[in-house]
Design a protein around this ligand. Structure first.
Ligand SMILES: [Cu+2]
Length: 245
């Protein structure tokens, strides 16, 4: 093994050992930080590979350039074993790195597809150009409010065209389609205000679908929910009275 091959192997060895796994927080197997690791790893790997190939290309361009129009190449032809070796060994090294990254991606994907058992379930409906969140107890909201510390699963569908729910803060994204129910989950661990945006071009108002997402301390969430529920109940009573008369 020559020096360059040894350096390459140890470099990829270090990168491969860098964890890109779902992290366990309060017993929840959350892939969010793993996605960040994997993304950084991809960036580093393609930079390393790009620099190696760039340096090799520049070196050969200068070292083997024609010095006069009459120059004739003087390199000895490679034996076919060496030619195959030069083609396949570097390709195998870089492919091995690709497979490592894919395997880590699949591991994270598996965690992402497994909804934690205690998740708070909310239905999300997309339409041109807004989101509606149905808490299943009569409470409907046009912003997504959730309590700190509990995983949230969204069961999503669309009233009209294709949309896509992208919650960058929690590294989750999923298409939303009429006639189908798709899902995603995330684990809010501290109070924050962020937003969800639609990332499937759905019409002229696509860009106004950005909607607030608020992670509230549990007490604030309970207070909001109690009030929203009381309002929803009062409305239901008023509706029923209206229908009867
Ligand atoms: Cu949309």
């Amino acid at each position: 093994m020559n020096r360059i091959t040894r350096i390459l192997f140890s470099l990829f060895g270090v990168l491969a050992a860098w964890p890109a796994q779902a992290q366990n927080y309060d017993g929840i197997n959350d892939p969010a930080t793993g996605w960040d690791h994997l993304w950084n790893e991809v960036l580093i790997d393609i930079t390393v590979i790009g620099v190696i190939f760039g340096i090799a290309a520049i070196y050969m361009m200068i070292r083997y350039r024609a010095k006069s129009p009459e120059d004739v190449g003087s390199a000895k032809p490679l034996s076919s074993a060496r030619a195959w070796g030069w083609a396949l060994i570097p390709a195998a090294i870089f492919m091995a790195d690709d497979f490592f990254l894919s395997a880590k991606g699949w591991t994270l994907w598996n965690a992402y597809r497994q909804v934690p058992e205690n998740a708070l379930e909310i239905k999300a409906t997309a339409q041109m150009y807004s989101w509606e969140f149905d808490y299943g107890n009569g409470v409907l909201a046009d912003e997504l409010l959730v309590p700190v510390g509990q995983p949230v699963v969204l069961r999503m569908t669309s009233m009209d065209v294709l949309h896509s729910f992208f919650l960058t803060e929690f590294r989750v994204k999923e298409d939303v389609m009429p006639g189908r129910i798709t899902y995603l989950w995330f684990h809010p661990r501290e109070p924050l205000e962020t937003f969800v945006t639609c990332v499937e071009f759905c019409g002229t108002g696509h860009s106004v679908m950005a909607t607030a997402v608020k992670v509230l301390p549990v007490d604030d969430y309970t207070a909001w929910m109690t009030e929203a529920k009381a309002e929803a109940d009062a409305e239901a009573v008023a509706d029923a009275a209206g229908t009867e008369s």
